[in-house]
Structures are given as C-alpha cells and as structure tokens.
Design a protein around this ligand. Structure first.
Ligand SMILES: NC(=O)c1ccc[n+]([C@@H]2O[C@H](COP(=O)([O-])OP(=O)(O)OC[C@H]3O[C@@H](n4cnc5c(N)ncnc54)[C@H](OP(=O)(O)O)[C@@H]3O)[C@@H](O)[C@H]2O)c1
Length: 327
C-alpha cells in the first residue's frame, strides 16, 4: 500500500493493544517478537495503550542484534484522547518518542476527534461525581498545525487521523499544509464504511482498518482502562456462517478471509493476537484471492452503525453530547 509520496506502508500491520497493563511487559515482548519473526514490519501502538515503552525496548533489542534495521519497521502511534488539545501536542509527541526510544515516528495520528481533560498520573481526570472531564469543541486545525511543526522538525514522517468522519476530515484538509496521509478507523464485514473509504481514496488518504476480526476481547480490554466500563454486545464475525463457507471454499480460516477482504477493498488491516499460531495465520493471507461472488457475499454482511464496537458509549458517559461526536 502506498502513502502520499509513494513510500510503502506494509499492507498488513500488527495491532498491539493486548490490553495488558505495563507490568505485563514480558508477555507483550514475546508477542512482538513473534510478530517480527513472522514478518510483520508495521506495528500499531498508541500512548493510550501504555505499551510504547515495551515496544521500544523490544525493538531496541532487535536493532542491537543486527537482525532488524530501524528503516525496516513502520511504527504508528497516536495522540491520546487526553492529549487532544493544542497545548498538549508537544508534550505527548515527546513522550512517545522517548517511550519508543526513536528519533522519528513513522506515522502519528490524532487518536480521537474528541478530547478529555488531562491529569498527570491519572488515566482520566474526573469531576466530583467521578465522571470523566471532557474538553469542549476540538480545535482540530490548531492541533494539526502543531503536528505539522513536528514533521518539519523531523520528529514524525507522516501525520494522520483516527476515528474522524468525512465532515471533520474535509474541514481539516481545506486548511492543512501537510495533508493527512492516513485515516485509521474501525472496519470489518459488519461495519465496512464504504463511503468513508471511497472519500479517503479520492483524497489519497490511506485507510487502515482496526478491529478487523471483531475485537472479541474488547470488553475485557476496556475494563483494564476503566473498572466501571459497561460490557457491550460484540459482533460474532468468527462464527459467521457466510464467512465460514467462503473460508472452506479457499481452505483458509475465517480470520484470513476477513483480512483478505479488507486488503482487496484497499484497506490495511491491523489484526491483534497474543497467540503465535494466530499471529502467523493472520499474516498468511497473500496466497489466495477472493472472487466477485465472495466479495459480494461479504459486502452483504454490512450492518452499519449498530455494529460499531469502538463507540466509547460504555467508556465515557454522555459522550454523545460532545460537539465532535459521532466519530
Ligand atoms: N484507532 C483506534 O481507535 C483503535 C481502536 C481499536 C483498535 N485499534 C488497533 O487495532 C488493533 C486490532 O484491533 P482489535 O484488537 O480491537 O481487534 P481484532 O484484531 O479484530 O481482534 C482481536 C481479537 O481477535 C482474536 N484473534 C486474533 N486473530 C485471530 C484468529 N486468527 N482467529 C481467531 N481469533 C483471533 C484475538 O484473540 P487472541 O489474542 O487470543 O488471538 C482477540 O481476542 C488493536 O490492537 C489496536 O492496535 C485502534
């Protein structure tokens, strides 16, 4: 997959949000080792995942061993929801560079179009009722200008967005000096976001799809961030009979068919797994092609907004009232 200026973004990435707290670093190190050994050269992380340091340490080990060069690996990280304010962009970019032990981040995304207040040392700043304190309307352009400064300083190669909608991206594009190279959004067979993908492709924005397999561990993971998180219903993509029959036809797994579907739709999937067999399985998707019947059947699985997993409704009370919601 090509980025704006023709640089290559590996067409499948490794999602690193295992939900494991930082103290479980050893487990994540093994997972990242396994991904690199398998051949993944594109790793997705975020300040919010609390794993940048572990990923930085693991990559340094690989670089020092001489088995991997810095230039061979593409790293994406993100401005956290509590950094979505122009006054905090410098701070969080410096934090990510230091955590990752890198001079330059390949791709830096604004994680969400909505921001929360920031309180050092706490996951979220809260009011006296325990509710998460939100910022008001986001000044997207001021944040973007800050990120552009860091591109000019050589701290970041590409800048992009995550969880933004067409209207928010259109507004930003009009004033941005450096165009967004990438949009990372939730994409799977029940939420294909075809209008958004088409809009991005027309504007030369590479689309990366998160939760491609339906994020079966989403509820567990969210509880590690917020104990009061309310479980939500998740799509059962891996048990879907239509996908199972396509998988049987190609002698592939359901996960492989889904990932192939995204790639053939021009989307870069970033599946996550903690299991070395499944890490390999999710990478072994380049030896078959879905035909037009498979593609049509998969397109018919679209459910739309009701299938959105990452809507933050169970995480931040009243998020629906924020002027920059929905994503
Ligand atoms: N920008 C954003 O707002 C945002 C939001 C969510 C996620 N992301 C990124 O996207 C990445 C991936 O999304 P995700 O973790 O939400 O969901 P996902 O990759 O769709 O699903 C992960 C779940 O699927 C299981 N799994 C993985 N491979 C499998 C296979 N071959 N067969 C059966 N089950 C399999 C995993 O279990 P095992 O681990 O046990 O294999 C885990 O429970 C994240 O890690 C993160 O980097 C970004």
């Amino acid at each position: 997959m090509l980025l704006l200026n023709g640089s290559k973004l590996p067409s499948v990435g490794f999602g690193s949000n295992t939900g494991a707290p930082p103290e479980k670093g050893e487990e994540l190190e093994k997972v990242i080792d396994s991904a690199i050994q398998t051949g993944y050269r594109h790793i997705d992380t975020a300040f919010f995942y609390r794993n940048e340091k572990i990923i930085g340490n693991t990559l340094q080990k690989w670089f020092k061993s001489g088995k991997l060069e810095r230039e061979e690996i593409f790293i994406t990280t993100k401005l956290p929801i509590f950094g979505v304010h122009p006054a905090r962009v410098d701070y969080f970019i410096k934090q990510s560079l230091s955590n990752l032990q890198m001079d330059c981040i390949d791709l830096y995304l604004i994680h969400f179009p909505v921001g929360c207040k920031f309180q050092e040392g706490a996951m979220f700043a809260r009011d006296e009722n325990g509710d998460i304190l939100m910022e008001g309307r986001t000044d997207h352009l001021a944040i973007w200008k800050k990120m552009e400064e860091h591109v000019n300083l050589g701290h970041i190669r590409y800048i992009g967005l995550s969880n933004y909608n067409i209207s928010q991206i259109s507004t930003l594009i009009k004033s941005a000096i450096i165009k967004p190279a990438c949009l990372q959004v939730e994409i799977h067979p029940h939420l294909q976001q075809r209008d958004l993908v088409e809009f991005c492709h027309k504007n030369e924005i590479t689309v990366v799809g998160f939760s491609p397999l339906g994020a079966a561990d989403y509820n567990l993971r969210m509880k590690t961030y917020l104990p009061e998180y309310q479980d939500q219903q998740l799509p059962n993509l891996l048990g879907n009979q239509v996908i199972q029959s396509i998988a049987k036809k190609h002698s592939k797994s359901v996960a492989q068919v889904i990932l192939r579907f995204l790639i053939q739709s021009g989307v870069v999937p970033i599946p996550k797994s903690r299991n070395s067999q499944r890490i390999k399985e999710n990478f072994n998707i380049f030896d078959f092609m879905l035909d037009e019947h498979d593609t049509a059947a998969l397109q018919d699985l679209e459910v739309g907004e009701d299938a959105r997993i990452s809507n933050f409704k169970g995480l931040i009370r009243k998020i629906e009232n924020h002027p920059d919601y929905p994503f």
